[in-house]
Design a protein around this ligand. Sequence first.
Ligand code: SAH
Length: 514
Amino acid sequence: MTVYLVGAGPGDPGLCTRRGAALLREADVVVYDRLVDRSLLALAKPGAELIDVGKRPAGTAGASVPTGADRQAEINRLLVELGSSGRTVVRLKGGDPFLFGRGGEEVEALRAAGVSWSVVPGVTSAFAAPAMAGIPVTHRGWSTSVTVVTGHVGDPTAPGGVDWASLARAGGTLVVLMGMATRRDIAEELVAAGRPADTPVAVVEWGTTPWQRTVRTTLAQLATVDLGSPAVIVVGPVAALELPPALGALAGVTVVVTRPRDQSASLRRALAAAGARVLELPTIEPGPPEDGGSALAAAAARARDYDWIAFTSANAVHRFAAHLRDGRDLGRARLAVIGPASADALAQHGLVADLVPTRASAEGLVEALGTAPDGGRVLFPRAAGAREVLAEGLRGGGWVVDEVVAYRTLEGACPPAPLADEVARAEVVVFASPSAVRGFLASRDDRGQPLRVPPVVACIGEVTAAAARRAGMTSPVVAASPTPESLVAAIAHRLGEPSAGCPPAERGSGDPAS
Ligand code: SAH
């Protein structure tokens, strides 16, 4: 099989390419580096093997590969072995795989062993980190060239060493990667070769992440900059520019979203637009009913006996429709739905909703169906265990209602260790239903431990907030209206209050609230 060298992007998971994300979803094995954002790993399918080959201090738990000089040889061997095993392998590398990522060496090893490979280029930190600090690496009238160079060199005259004097003479913008340890020497060499000591310099640490920090200085002062790795050093006139985007209300805040992935898109977008880092941890998932769906199949076979078939969720639509050959099985029965999402779900099966109430609620549907004609019958495929306003309301209107369980909400997630670690450090968790709250509490990390509840719990409505309070989560944030924007505003408001959240130094040190 093929080993895909995929560029993960510089840090922000949104900067991984679409092709890279698609391959991550398909992979049987993901071999990843230290700097790769953990929420990208959550894209991997359940059961995919995640192998951390990141550099860690020797002896640290979780290091699957030795540190030191033969680490790369060990990674190469691992890739060859996995690539020969018939599984789909993604080698996920920070930034772009072929820019100081040793991707070329990995490819050589794969080729030598006859393993097929393919590369998915990535957004490199060399350009993305300056960009997010408001620095264009070239700029009309300021710089017409950019050179990306490694600062991780020993003897500059050795083969592969960096000729700093030539770079100093070449002018333009210099972007130094892996240069923090040697920043004093680099500055001295550049000044000695003729770059003015007051040349603007910007150091961007953890670029594109919520923890990004930027320090602007000059070559003369570069040695005193108090930032660590990973950082890029930008040298040249453009380093004095600052065209930063306005910071969102949730900049730097990590938010866990617990909705099923296919229902969380608008919430994710609203959070990301406000600058939040979003971790997806679906804590509920629709599953088959306890009888495996036999009651639903029997009901679907009698569909033509009903006047109406009513749906209050897309899940119920999909489960029910799976038992139909096509629309003819419905006879003269008509289809009623609670709102547009269920109507869309019907459309996906080539069925048209006969009734969509103007008010998208159970009450709205009851009102729209009105009083039953003599012997009027409704089939209602629904979720197991739900409190169903609809069935009661319809019976009040004289309808004979047959309820059948179409699906069951499975509660609880088992996130891979890296994601569980990130969740443990998140400031905010968002719940959109009581079952998502229960699902979070039922979730376990890979050691079987419950997940830590983040300090701020945000709920989409009062029913969910009540469930959160019952679960011991004190003072949940509730959106004024059930829209993503309103929820974002409510979270921002809470984080702005004194004593809300926790300062970065204490990230992850809170007590479990459950
Ligand atoms: N292939 C990667 C670079 C790997 S070398 C890429 O294209 O981005 C590792 C170096 O990249 C780090 O020492 C640092 O200089 C830089 N780097 C990686 N991620 C970074 C980030 N988020 N912010 C700033 N610098 C980063």
